[in-house]
Design a protein around this ligand. Structure first.
Ligand code: TXA
Ligand code: MG
Length: 343
């Protein structure tokens, strides 16, 4: 199959052609502010099955359903609590996925067999317009091959999906860079299932108490089931094994300088690039700029695949604000192989 690249958001013809792919059961790479998604008609079981095949994704891992605005919530959820509308009002369009009871029109194929459904309104004008024009909710996991770092550019997505899907709409680099935050509103108190582009602190401002699922910070025991099925898989992983080093930037840099063997690459804050000038490095951005760290993390992990590094040592931000999502992605890329340096 030839994968068509759409590039002109001002072209009626391109928008209509891309929306028709979605509506008629095809697969389309769609730009969002978090990461690129692999979109298909969420109501079409065959189309959804093809998403799983293109990604090599386990069938029990549910997909997020994307809508153009909160007025579509009742089309996708069997009941919509007041808290969902309050969150939507404050944070949509934006990097927040809300778990609600599944509407019968959303097939179990889309929800990985669950009676709940994750719903999100992405903050990207092209994708919201494409969903509106297609007229149907769009199921979209991140557009990477299963297990690989998520794509934050159309080029990343093309590298994984060329020849496997009908098209990709290039909407520029993703502005946030890590996936949406997932909040489960079917339990009390509401539970954070995945940290992401919307900080936990912001959710607590609206909801009050929010529980944090253990899978966010810890490796689960063999056979243990997290509430977000996707959290159990090794993920975001470059080819070389990763070791994450926590602690203050100064302490983690010193640890890596003293302990990384020859041939190891380093993913470090910009301020420490000079310290590792004799190694293959990728910058995670400034230690003081969490937004930059989120935008860079997946691209930096992918770039190591084009180098001969035998393993990767990564500095890790504090788990506050966007740092909770970035540190979670790094730890998952490392299969939770983490060295905690005091300080
Ligand atoms: O930012 C994002 O959320 C991106 C863009 C494309 O919107 N999408 C994304 O999808 O990250 P994916 O499939 O890569 O990750 C979805 C995560 C998985 O961990 C999955 O298990 C969880 O959401 N999930 C989806 N529906 C769920 C449900 N009903 N209950 C619990 N977890 C759910
Ligand atoms: Mg994903």
């Amino acid at each position: 199959m030839e994968t068509k690249l759409f590039q002109n958001p001002n072209s009626e013809q391109e928008l209509n052609e891309a929306a028709a792919i979605l509506r008629d059961g095809g697969l389309l790479g769609i730009p969002t502010e978090t990461v690129y998604g692999l979109g298909a008609n969420a109501l079409n079981e065959t189309a959804v099955k093809n998403i799983f095949i293109a990604k090599g994704r386990p069938q029990d891992n549910p997909l997020i359903v994307h809508i153009p605005d909160a007025s579509w919530l009742p089309r996708c959820a069997a009941s919509v609590p007041d808290a969902a509308y309050r969150l939507a009002e404050r944070f949509w369009p934006g990097p927040l996925t809300i778990i609600l009871p599944r509407h019968p029109s959303i097939p179990l194929q889309t929800t990985g067999g669950l009676e709940t459904v994750g719903i999100r309104c992405p903050n990207h004008p092209v994708t919201r317009e494409l969903i509106r024009r297609s007229g149907v909710p769009i199921a979209a996991p991140s557009g990477n091959t299963s297990g690989k770092p998520s794509p934050t550019t159309a080029q990343h997505m093309l590298a994984d999906m060329d020849g496997k899907i009908d098209g990709i709409f290039d909407g520029g680099a993703s502005a946030v860079g890590v996936e949406s935050t997932i909040i489960d509103l079917t339990v009390t108190p509401p539970r954070l299932l995945r940290p992401g582009g919307l900080p936990l602190e912001s959710l607590r401002e609206v909801l009050g108490e929010v529980a944090v699922d253990r899978a966010v910070t810890e490796k689960l025991a063999e056979g243990e089931r997290p509430r977000a099925p996707g959290m159990k898989y090794r993920h975001y992983a470059p080819k070389a094994p990763v070791t994450v080093v926590t602690g203050s930037p100064k302490a983690s840099a010193a640890y890596i300088a003293a302990n990384a063997p020859e041939g190891a690459g380093v993913l470090c804050f910009k301020e420490y690039l000079a310290l590792f000038s004799d190694r293959i490095t990728q910058s995670l951005g400034s230690e003081n700029d969490q937004g930059e760290q989120a935008r860079r993390v997946f691209d930096a992990l992918r770039r190591f695949d084009q180098t001969p590094v035998t393993e990767i040592f990564a500095q890790c931000p504090d788990p506050t604000g966007l740092g909770l999502a970035v540190s979670n992605r790094l730890k998952k890329a490392a299969g939770f192989h983490v060295v905690e340096v005091a300080e």
